[in-house]
Design a protein around this ligand. Structure first.
Ligand SMILES: Cc1cc2nc3c(=O)[nH]c(=O)nc-3n(C[C@H](O)[C@H](O)[C@H](O)COP(=O)(O)OP(=O)(O)OC[C@H]3O[C@@H](n4cnc5c(N)ncnc54)[C@H](O)[C@@H]3O)c2cc1C
Length: 578
């Protein structure tokens, strides 16, 4: 089936919906594989950072400093400036569109503290995170979905995008599978935005929803677009043991502490000043070190998050969700028992490279791909560098989602629809037909489990050359096996086995690019920690990696792009001490 719009947005999370609202008068369609308000943005609890200064003095430049330093200086600094300056306006836009933020006594947006956000260039914590109880992301989705409906945005729910169409260097549409019917649809547009989120599902223990499969990254990668800094993947320190479900940083913000199997509050030993509120990459590494030193609980691979000393009343008032998660998933009562936790795969700092207008750029010269945009977790405008601060993702969605929408509005005013390539559905039909007709006998579930275990084992918080090489071999073997995946269910309607098999192909691409980047980057920076290269190396590695998919199945070519610094001594790369 054929559809024609001015703009196609793939993804109905915070980034996609924010962009959709910037296009009044244009015909806009949003494609989403899950119902819009089920997008992973809805899981964000902590809040959205903006230097409003509603409760104490704050400045966007302080926010920028924290972002650059938190990112271990792999941040493109002009992009961080845009993020932190425009955060303020973008949060007010959400407020004016009806988002029910918590309020101060005099009616302004309330703000709370979060790890790594400081006043006056690191002097002490600042209240910067705007929030709506512990469901900020949920409120963003609900508010923006309602606004999008009001603005006549057309939604195609439960459509799985399979391919990006390009003609003569210009993006001109996407092809998608309608999950309900099994039909293939072509969407023809002047501008296309990918806002498809992250790929936490490449790991076994992850905080990410089932839909976070790296779709947008993989589809772009298969069409020759590079993926930037994929080795920079964040592991959040406090995932529920074995399950990975997130226990928000708010638990430690309220005074919760990490406890090892010997009953020691070990963060005091590693980080005497910041203790349990040190940046996520550092806390995750300390947990792993404790486990390696035999200080895990009962010698196993987990430690505790302890909130007992906060008392029943504070726990009930401030941390209701966390308490519920611990009870529901583990049968543990946090008021009287410590909660078993381990680091969990959480957030992609890398992704599809873009400039500050969310235009996809395809090389180290910042050449834009006309008509193609990316925003949100799928994109790498490089504001998070090597490590993202808490509450800085939601702000990335709304700032760069908004910029994407505004730039697309200009682009469609001065450009016509580029013609579709011949046989636009060819690649997608082949992909789906191959899965339906395969008699290869391989099971997608087995391949996925092997990949996830290997990523947990070798492409996790700590990495080594040896481990990464083995992981690459495993992934290459799995790519081969993937060609022989056979479906049990040959039905057309709601064939979730087909959907999962397609998504597995996306995840394998992301795992491959991540592991290649991690092997190449012979230094430790932010979330990327190499036991064999434990120091940051600004002389050789103050640069971004760009992974290009090669001609053959296992070929990956790496290129590099400079990090953009600005001429201000305050942002000059320094050792990251806390
Ligand atoms: C548990 C958890 C808590 C978090 N808490 C915070 C927080 O407090 N503060 C903060 O700043 N950040 C937080 N983050 C990070 C932040 O929530 C995410 O990075 C962000 O919400 C991603 O938004 P997005 O718009 O890029 O994508 P998502 O919200 O993930 O949405 C992706 C969209 O793309 C669609 N899609 C994907 N693939 C396809 C396809 N092939 N075809 C069609 N549609 C597709 C999906 O259907 C969905 O609509 C948290 C993350 C997690 C997992």
């Amino acid at each position: 089936m054929y559809h024609k719009f001015d703009v196609i947005i793939v993804g109905a999370g915070g980034a996609g919906l924010m962009a959709a609202m910037q296009l009044p008068g244009a015909s806009v369609a949003v494609l989403t594989k899950v119902y819009p308000t089920r997008s992973h943005t809805g899981a964000a609890q902590g809040g959205v950072a903006a230097a409003l200064g509603n409760l104490e003095e704050d400045h966007w430049k302080w926010h920028m400093y924290d972002t650059v330093k938190g990112g271990d200086y792999l941040v493109d600094q002009p992009a961080a400036e845009v993020l932190t300056r425009e955060a303020i306006d973008a949060v007010y836009e959400l407020e004016h569109r009806g988002l029910p933020f918590n309020r101060t006594a005099d009616g302004r947006i309330d703000q709370r503290r979060f790890g790594g956000h400081t006043r006056n260039y690191g002097e002490g914590p600042v209240r910067r995170s705007c929030y709506a109880a512990d469901r900020t992301g949920h409120m963003i989705l609900q508010t923006m979905y309602q606004n999008a409906i009001k603005n006549q945005v057309r939604f195609f729910n439960e459509f799985l995008m399979l391919d990006l169409l390009m003609n003569d260097g210009q993006a001109c549409g996407v092809v998608a599978l309608e999950i309900r019917t099994g039909e293939i649809h072509t969407f023809h547009a002047k501008a296309i935005l990918f806002a498809t989120g992250g790929y936490g599902r490449a790991w076994r223990v992850t905080s990410n929803a089932f839909a976070c499969m790296g779709d947008g990254m993989s589809v772009a990668y298969r069409r020759g677009i590079p993926l930037e800094d994929m080795e920079m993947y964040q592991f959040h320190p406090t995932g529920i043991y074995k399950v990975g479900v997130l226990l928000s940083e708010a638990a430690r913000g309220e005074g919760g502490k990490l406890l090892n199997g010997k009953g020691e509050y070990f963060m005091e030993r590693y980080m005497p000043t910041m203790k349990d509120l040190a940046p996520r990459d550092i806390v995750s590494r300390c947990i792993i070190q404790e486990i390696k030193d035999g200080n895990g609980v009962d010698g196993k691979d987990y430690v505790y998050l302890d909130v007992r000393h906060l008392g029943a009343a504070k726990i009930a008032e401030k941390l209701p969700d966390i308490t519920d998660f611990a009870r529901n998933y583990l049968g543990v009562e946090p008021i009287t028992e410590p909660v078993p936790i381990q680091p969990t795969a959480h957030y992609a700092m890398g992704g599809i490279p873009t400039d500050i207008d969310a235009r996809v750029v395809i090389d180290d010269q910042w050449t834009p791909q006309p008509g193609f945009y990316a925003a949100g977790e799928v994109a790498c405008v490089s504001v998070h560098g090597a490590n993202r601060l808490g509450t800085n993702s939601l702000v990335d969605l709304i700032v760069f989602g908004r910029r994407a929408g505004k730039h697309m509005a200009q682009f469609i005013a001065s450009n016509d629809h580029a013609p579709l390539p011949s046989e636009p559905e060819g690649y997608s039909r082949e992909l789906v037909d191959r899965l339906y007709s395969s008699k290869g006998g391989e099971s997608a579930a087995n391949i996925r489990a092997t990949m996830q275990n290997e990523m947990d084992d070798k492409v996790f918080v700590e990495r080594t050359e040896n481990g990464l090489r083995k992981a690459l071999d495993t992934i290459a073997g799995l790519q081969d096996s993937y060609k022989n995946v056979q479906l049990q269910d040959k039905g057309k309607h709601f064939n979730t086995e087909l959907v999962e098999a397609v998504e597995l192909g996306f995840l394998l691409d992301c795992a491959e690019a991540t592991t290649h980047g991690a092997l190449a980057r012979q230094e430790s920076r932010g979330a990327h920690f190499r036991l064999d290269y434990p120091k940051r190396d600004d002389v050789n590695w103050l640069k971004h990696t760009l992974a290009f998919k090669g001609e053959k199945t296992h070929d990956v070519r790496l290129d590099y792009k400079d990090v953009i610094l600005i001429d201000d001594p305050i942002f000059k790369p320094k050792e990251r001490k806390y």
